[in-house]
Design a protein around this ligand. Structure first.
Ligand SMILES: NC(=O)c1ccc[n+]([C@@H]2O[C@H](COP(=O)([O-])OP(=O)(O)OC[C@H]3O[C@@H](n4cnc5c(N)ncnc54)[C@H](O)[C@@H]3O)[C@@H](O)[C@H]2O)c1
Length: 440
């Protein structure tokens, strides 16, 4: 099948490479010339496990090409995926300017019957807008569908190749047949393909993200209650997660969710509900709890060390919003580091993959180290934001020897509080018994 994927970011690049791998001819089009030049040289602008070899081999086989020429990409293809960004607008709603701009280009370029699929996360009703934009500009038949993407950064290739389910919102039998055929290689183990109308597919994506974010914020609220009562959130997590009606995924307490999806999608979903007169208080609370949670580590540090951090060195482990990615969009580490810099601290940071991106966020003020232990020399505290494997079993005696004050604020509950106390650390984590005294 001849396929165009418009937008070569985390989603477009992964899906383009995976569709090429299953034998399709895929052209990935992006309006960022530097990104396209990099990709044509076989370089990958993001860190995503397994993606580079997939791009390299399909590029070499000629099944995958990259271009800035959107019109040519559309005209060469029978199936077109729109995978451009949908960032938060000023009022929290999803900004659809890129999606609609691409729709107009598609409308102008149409040279035959095509299936056009929105992969980008878009509010319910967007499919109708895309269809209207395209139909204004062409007489050719345009089947406009929705195929929300559920991949996780850090496991995106694996998730695309082995999805839990594929959701397809279709507007015609023809589109359904084409898309079933396209996805068949990824569904051989009997994974469900859920065919529905376009608005239901659009809404499914937001409902899924809002549900997952709700579990995180709910657990973070439970963690705060644990701290007040002397209960251990890890025990509570296991206690509720083993209930088959609840399940154990997405119940880990921490310093809040970040990334390119949950924060903006939760905001946009609340906005859609409010605009349509539906009570958005659950979704709104999820976001409020998360914003509050991102402040937690900084507040704990200030409580222990004081407001003025001018003569303090703070080590930071983990910058990316989660492990196995270099993505720092809305990462909780940004909130902490900005707070540290405002208070005059010297910040020395490590992350296995995100340092290059962090350079663009903190152009000055943060020192970056290539090794995690280097950050600890003379440090008055260590703050952990990302649960990279590398940080799970460190050499504690080496850490203790390097730090001026052996104080660890762990936003991801990586270590056992009892053991840390035995090793001579002041150890602050989320929702576990420790130095924050219980009040019950
Ligand atoms: N990142 C994820 O984990 C994830 C998961 C599921 C869904 N999504 C959704 O998928 C969409 C894309 O997300 P992403 O993370 O890949 O974004 P991204 O910012 O990494 O990539 C978007 C790409 O689109 C390009 N682009 C923007 N406007 C364009 C235009 N007019 N013409 C051509 N190219 C254009 C940009 O240059 C960029 O390369 C978003 O709606 C997002 O919510 C993302």
């Amino acid at each position: 099948m001849k396929i165009a994927v418009i937008g070569s970011g985390y989603v477009g690049l992964v899906m383009g490479a995976c569709l090429a791998e299953s034998g399709n001819d895929v052209v990935c089009a992006d309006n960022d010339p530097s990104k396209v030049a990099l990709l044509n040289d076989g370089e990958i602008p993001i860190y995503e496990p397994g993606l580079k070899p997939l791009v390299e081999s399909n590029l070499a086989a000629g099944r995958l090409t990259f271009t800035t020429d959107l019109i040519q990409a559309v005209q060469a293809s029978a199936v077109i995926f729109i995978a451009v960004g949908t960032p938060s607008g000023e009022d929290g709603s999803a900004d659809l300017q890129h999606v609609l701009e691409v729709s107009r280009v598609i409308g102008e370029a149409m040279n035959g019957e095509k299936v056009i699929i929105t992969k980008s996360t878009v509010p319910v009703g967007t499919g109708k807008l895309v269809r209207e934009e395209i139909k204004k500009l062409t007489k050719h038949s345009a089947h406009v569908c929705s195929n929300p993407e559920f991949l996780k950064e850090g496991a995106a290739v694996e998730d695309f190749i082995k999805p839990d389910r594929v959701v397809l919102g279709v507007d015609s039998d023809y589109a359904e047949t084409v898309l079933r055929d396209l996805y068949a290689p990824f569904l051989r183990t009997g994974v469900p393909i859920l065919i529905m109308d376009v608005p239901s597919a659009e809404l499914t994506k937001y409902a899924a993200n809002a549900m997952l974010a709700t579990r995180i914020s709910f657990m973070n609220s439970i963690a705060l209650l644990c701290e007040k009562t002397g209960a251990d959130v890890e025990a509570v997590r296991r206690g509720i997660g083993s209930d088959s009606r609840i399940g154990s995924n997405f119940l880990f307490p921490g310093i809040g969710y970040g990334g390119s999806c949950f924060p903006k999608d939760v905001k946009a979903f609340a906005r859609t509900m409010t605009d349509l007169g539906v009570d958005a208080s659950i979704v709104q609370a999820v976001e409020d709890v998360n914003e509050r949670q991102k402040q937690l580590l900084l507040e704990s540090l200030v409580e222990l060390v004081g407001e003025n951090l001018a003569d303090k060195t703070v080590a930071v482990w983990g910058l990316a919003f989660k492990p196995n990615t270099d993505d720092m969009r809305e990462a909780p580490s940004i909130v902490t580091i900005e707070g540290l810099l405002e208070r005059g601290a010297r910040v020395v940071a490590h992350d296995p993959e995100a340092i290059e991106r962090a350079h663009n966020i903190f152009d000055k003020g943060v020192e970056f180290c290539s090794g995690n232990y280097e950050t600890l020399e003379g440090a008055d505290a260590l703050m952990i934001h990302t649960e990279w494997h590398l940080y799970r079993h460190p050499d504690f005696s080496r850490m203790h020897a390097l730090m001026r004050r052996p104080l660890i604020l762990d936003g991801r509950n990586l270590y056992d509080p009892t053991r840390m106390a035995e090793l001579g650390f002041e150890y602050i984590c989320i929702g576990r018994p420790g130095p924050r005294d219980s009040e019950v």
